[in-house]
Write a protein that binds this ligand. Structure first.
Ligand code: PEP
Length: 245
């Protein structure tokens, strides 16, 4: 399968930064093959980025960073999957920052996974341990199974799983970073659970200097990029390395 590189801009960029970043990425990835690229800007810039990417062009897809599982109704401030369907192909669900700051649990994340599938959007389901311990892998599998409850075998092929060890997120300059071998071991475990049709990504402080360590691993099908996706040159560098340049 072709490597997948997903950019999670998180709660960053103003309108002009978002336009410049999307335009630079689009221009540098002109006629770019060999890797699938997804940009996930904040909700409020989705329309703007969509018009820059010209969403009919299949090379760069658009994703949302979150969704609410109900179709519509009295959910002030929320955005439903049916609203996102007009603009996006992917939705990140279960990100550790949503679990940590907004109290999201596996049951709620499972509802989001089903809502994405109902509207033919691909959920990028994030799982990963808070701290490395002997029980990490057991916990990751438990989370994965609970988040995928009720998902059929056929539907599993329409999901992307991102393994993101929380201790390795946004630590590029200061802390512990998962090695390619460690990330591969966990991604292999995930693959055994979900089947080989489901792409499994690694995410956590990946840069253009470290992406090779992950993308070269047998069970890692791509990368989810936070901080390094906010600089067009760094992000494009990651995309180029991911396709073996
Ligand atoms: C993330 O939060 O999904 C992520 C991968 O962030 P970073 O690349 O900044 O560690």
């Amino acid at each position: 399968m072709q490597p997948l590189v997903v950019a999670n801009w998180k709660m960053n960029t103003g309108i002009s930064d978002a336009s410049v970043l999307a335009t630079m990425v689009r221009n540098q990835l002109h006629e770019f093959n060999g890797v699938d690229v997804v940009l996930c800007p904040p909700f409020i810039w989705l329309q703007e980025v969509a018009s820059i990417l010209e969403i009919s062009d299949p090379r760069i897809k658009l994703g949302a960073q979150n969704c609410y599982p109900e179709k519509d109704g009295p959910f002030t401030g929320e955005i439903s999957v049916s609203m996102l369907q007009e603009l996006c192909s992917y939705i990140i669900v279960g990100h550790s920052e949503r679990r940590e700051h907004f109290g999201e649990n596996n049951e709620f994340i499972n509802e989001k996974v089903h809502a994405c599938l109902r509207y033919n959007l691909t959920p990028i389901l994030c799982v990963g341990e808070k701290q490395k311990s002997e029980n990490s892998q057991k916990k990751i599998l438990k989370d994965l199974i609970e988040c995928l409850e009720g998902v059929t075998k056929d539907e599993l092929a329409k999901i992307v799983v991102a393994y993101e060890p929380v201790w390795s997120i946004s630590t590029a300059t200061q802390g512990d970073i998962a090695s390619g071998e460690y990330a591969n071991e966990v991604c292999e475990l995930i693959k055994k659970e979900v089947g080989k049709e489901t792409p499994v990504l690694y995410g956590g402080s990946v840069t253009s200097l470290t992406v090779d360590n992950y993308i070269s691993q047998k069970s890692i099908d791509g990368v989810l990029i936070g901080g390094s996706s906010l600089n067009a040159n760094n992000f494009v560098g990651i995309c180029k390395k991911a396709r073996g340049e």
